[in-house]
Design a protein around this ligand. Structure first.
Ligand SMILES: Cc1ncc(COP(=O)(O)O)c(C=O)c1O
Length: 411
């Protein structure tokens, strides 16, 4: 007997992050914080070991009248000013002729979820990267979708041939392609596609579009931490070359951009060649939003608008300090990994670096061996994720060599 619906997987969530975060916290209690390397937490931490909450974000947020915080949002698709400013924030520097609409969502999660659940029917298949944020698979499963993956890498670059074959394979069995590309600053490898790679991807999707409608879900959760911010949005310009058969949903998140993970604010930005197609997606997303979460925190939306307009200078200045810090931490680890001969996936920028593991059996043994030596990381498919976003500079020094020595022992 079951009290939940029949078509649902009742196996508990495999908690690959929070369980290890708890183990690391316990180890710190037992052995002292100095003895433990905690590379588990996926939020931005400062050098003193605490969560970063930008002053430029939370000082104005705290000044918002309680009535504004208490109030419902202006509409189910979000406050007008917020929707306009999200578009401006992402596409501002780009002269776009694509039709567009913006639907406010609870974080990037809401934007990804609404796209997967509303663009595919139960039993259809979504195409995900083989190394990816774990929640994509969970969201797909909860919507009764099947999952196929494309290989992220061939050597030190994106596996374009693998991507093409995976797209083609989906279209052998169904008349819709929904594909997730988490770029720039891919979680968990820190890869960012080059302009040329994006052009090739667009050509492949246009080819696929000749057979069936295609939805490109571009998850940009970490984009505002790109090391080359001025060019972080360049690939949006390339979307102009997409055919009428390809729709884009950009999943934006304030969680990382504003260090406001708990405020649950984000957006799905829908882009397409034809106004009526964008309108159809918007209508369905609006109804789904109304049905699932009703509305997004009013004050969180207003605060995003304020922070990225009137307070923009202070905000960008504060965020830039942490981009520099990420760059410092990652360059130490990447350089030392190279010197030590520790294989990592091609890292360019972002919150995480991932060690490349030949197989998941070795990865499991290695992950355990690292914990035995008080180094806490997170397992991902064929990899070990090192969260440099929360690892202080001091702990980055010498870590790659230690990890290589432990790997040599378990191999
Ligand atoms: C790749 C990726 N996309 C989207 C998100 C969404 O985060 P949120 O729902 O907090 O905006 C995350 C958060 O960890 C992420 O890692």
């Amino acid at each position: 007997m079951s009290f939940v619906k029949k078509e649902v997987n009742t196996t508990p969530i495999e908690d690959t992050v929070f369980a290890i975060v708890a183990k690391a916290a316990q180890a710190k209690k037992e052995h002292g914080a100095q003895a433990v390397i905690d590379a588990t937490i996926g939020s931005l931490y400062h050098e003193e070991g605490g969560l970063v909450a930008f002053d430029s974000v939370f000082t104005p947020y705290n000044a918002i009248p309680k009535e504004t915080k208490a109030k419902y949002a202006g509409s189910f698709i979000g406050n007008e000013g917020y929707r306009k400013q999200v578009y401006e924030w992402l596409m501002g520097g780009i002269s776009s002729t694509l039709a567009h609409d913006v639907i406010a969502t609870p974080g990037g999660t809401g934007a990804v979820n609404i796209t997967l659940s509303q663009c595919l029917d139960a039993g259809e298949c979504v195409l995900l990267p083989d190394i990816a944020w774990g929640s994509y698979a969970l969201m797909a499963t909860m919507a009764n979708l099947n999952i196929a993956t494309y290989p992220m890498f061939a050597g030190d670059h994106f596996d374009m041939a693998g991507f093409r074959s995976a797209c083609e394979a989906i279209l052998q069995t169904q008349d819709k392609l929904v594909v997730v590309i988490n770029d720039p600053c891919h979680n968990p490898t820190g890869y960012s596609l080059s302009k040329q790679e994006w052009q090739e991807i667009i050509a492949i999707l246009n080819e696929c579009g000749k057979q069936a409608p295609v939805v490109l879900l571009n998850d940009i959760a970490y984009m505002d931490y790109s090391y080359d911010l001025d060019h972080s949005r360049d690939h949006f310009q390339l979307f102009h070359a997409l055919s009428e058969q390809v729709m884009v949903v950009v999943a934006f998140s304030c969680s990382k951009s504003l260090t406001s993970y708990g405020l649950r604010c984000g957006a799905a930005v829908v882009l397409g060649q034809k106004e009526e197609d964008v309108r159809c997606v918007r209508i369905v997303f609006e109804k789904a939003a109304r049905a699932m979460w009703s509305n997004i925190p009013n004050a969180a939306m207003d605060n995003f608008t304020y922070v990225t307009t009137e307070n923009k200078e202070a905000y960008l200045w504060e965020k830039a300090k942490y981009i520099d810090l990420l760059e410092k931490r990652s360059s130490i680890f990447v350089k030392e990994a190279k010197q030590a001969g520790l294989a990592i996936y091609p890292y360019k920028e972002g919150f995480f670096i991932t060690l490349a593991m030949a197989d998941n059996e070795l990865r499991d043994r290695y992950h355990k061996a690292l914990m035995d030596q008080l180094i806490f990381t997170v397992k991902v498919n064929r990899g070990i994720r090192v969260a440099i976003c929360s690892l202080c500079v001091k702990d980055c020094h010498g870590l790659a060599l230690r990890m290589k020595q432990i790997l040599d022992q378990v191999r």
